[in-house]
Design a protein around this ligand. Structure first.
Ligand SMILES: Cc1cc2nc3c(=O)[nH]c(=O)nc-3n(C[C@H](O)[C@H](O)[C@H](O)COP(=O)(O)OP(=O)(O)OC[C@H]3O[C@@H](n4cnc5c(N)ncnc54)[C@H](O)[C@@H]3O)c2cc1C
Length: 417
């Protein structure tokens, strides 16, 4: 492969794909292209810590020396405009081409836009990149009142972070509960109650009908109930859309993401897609999904590298996710949609509990609040293909460890967690 592997997108997925190619022994050229100018960085801290701490530095995914030490040709600040499939080359915005033998699309996703009067005012932002986070940090330092549109993970993380930094924060969520359908209602209600306890105002079943400004800067959000919420900073966090335009224009199949098979190959097998941009039929539920998590991005990247090297294993990673909202570490493992019953371990009143979701007798997944050991054990159980009965779950962590050990013919102590 003379031109080697070219990776478009230098986020969590793209950087891991480059690293995994080398770890797996690939010795051809690896070109990693990103349109941001920074050294690739961790995104999760942006909403949790970075925006409230003027001194916080970005956390690089890999140190600067990693790229040269591994002969990864990292090219920051380049935007790919077009894939020329016939000629196997990429057109760079502003001129130039980059040839490839195999192409990995790791283009991620971008914040969903909102059509709203006043959305173009200064002080109306969303959070995806380090540049966005720097802007929010700067603007929030000058703002007393912050309005967040959207009660999903990122909106609520930002709400807790900015509240802890002393801002008056209001979250406006269109549906009648927080966190959409991402978590069980009991977790959503728990998160709401704890955020309200620290002074975050939460309006559910409410939308913002327009934004008002003074001298080009936002000054207030007007709700669907006609309430005027003062705001010097408005953050829109209503979800993301996958960056599929490059793939679509090149004729690759897309459906809520670039369609890939269980080896991360798109409808043109020399082109792979991974991370937030890729959609696929999930082995665990049989449903079509597009997951937005660091785990999904990195596990798919590892598999894409192995596919390129000729290994033909199907994707079988157990999905997991975390979110830190104030004093709550939320951790999810498995995919819980379609559950019909659940078992609770621990005490919501103590801010430490886990919910084990079942479809019939099959454990679909576990959602934990401040019970990291439950989460880790859950990853082991689902990874081993072990579905404990609801009765065993009700017996608590020791009963679960013993049952997993018996399933794996191991000593309970070796199960760990
Ligand atoms: C604020 C925030 C907090 C988060 N917190 C969590 C968390 O707690 N836990 C968790 O699991 N996940 C979290 N996530 C989600 C997680 O960061 C994403 O799922 C992950 O970044 C996906 O990786 P990716 O490589 O697919 O996309 P990205 O990391 O978005 O990287 C894609 C890169 O490709 C670039 N790109 C796109 N198109 C082009 C082009 N044409 N040419 C060149 N470059 C291009 C983009 O600019 C970007 O740099 C968070 C995300 C954000 C924004």
């Amino acid at each position: 492969m003379k031109n080697g592997v070219v990776i478009v997108g230098a986020g969590h997925a793209g950087v891991q794909a480059a690293a995994s190619l080398r770890e797996e022994g690939y010795d051809g050229p690896v070109v990693l292209i990103g349109d941001e100018t920074e050294l690739p960085y961790h995104k999760p801290p942006l909403s949790k810590t970075f925006i409230k701490d003027a001194e916080a530095k970005p956390q690089p995914l890999r140190g600067e020396a990693f790229y040269s030490a591994n002969a990864i040709d990292y090219r920051p600040g380049l935007r790919i405009d077009r894939i020329d499939i016939g000629a196997r080359k990429l057109d760079v915005f502003g001129g130039g081409t980059i040839p490839f033998d195999r192409l990995v699309l790791a283009t991620g996703s971008r914040p969903r836009l909102l059509k709203l009067d006043g959305v173009e005012l200064a002080g109306v932002v969303s959070l995806r990149s380090l540049a966005d986070a720097r802007l929010i940090r700067e603007l929030s330092a000058q703002s007393e009142d912050v309005v967040i549109l959207g009660g999903g993970f990122i909106g609520l993380e930002i709400a807790a972070t900015l509240r802890a930094a002393g801002r008056k924060v209001t979250v406006v969520e269109a549906v009648d509960r927080l966190l959409g359908r991402a978590v069980a209602p009991v977790i959503a209600a728990h998160v709401r109650q704890r955020l309200e306890a620290i002074g975050v105002r939460i309006l559910t079943g409410t939308t913002v009908s327009r934004l008002e400004g003074e001298a080009g800067r936002v000054s207030a959000a007007i709700t669907s109930n006609g309430e005027r919420l003062p705001a010097q900073l408005v953050i829109i966090g209503i979800g993301v859309v996958p960056n599929v335009e490059l793939a679509e224009a090149a004729g690759l199949a897309t459906a809520n993401g670039i369609r890939v098979d269980q080896h991360m190959q798109s409808s043109i097998p020399e082109i792979l897609a991974i991370g937030d941009a890729a959609s696929y039929r999930h082995w665990f539920t049989g449903a079509d999904v597009r997951l937005e998590s660091v785990q999904n991005a990195t596990d798919q990247a590892r598999l894409a590298a192995r596919t390129i090297l000729g290994h033909a294993e199907p994707f079988s990673a157990v999905p997991w996710f975390w979110s830190d909202i104030g004093d709550m570490k939320l951790q999810m493992v498995g995919l819980t949609q379609g559950g019909d019953s659940h078992v609770v371990l621990g005490e919501p009143a103590e801010n430490k509990f886990s919910i084990y979701h079942y479809a019939g007798n099959r454990l679909l997944g576990i959602e934990s609040v401040n019970r990291p050991a439950d989460h880790m054990l859950g990853r082991k159980m689902l990874g081993a293909g072990f579905s404990p009965s609801p009765q065993t779950v009700a017996g608590g962590p020791d009963a679960l460890k013993a049952a997993l050990a018996a399933f794996q013919n191991m000593e309970p102590a070796k199960v760990g967690a």
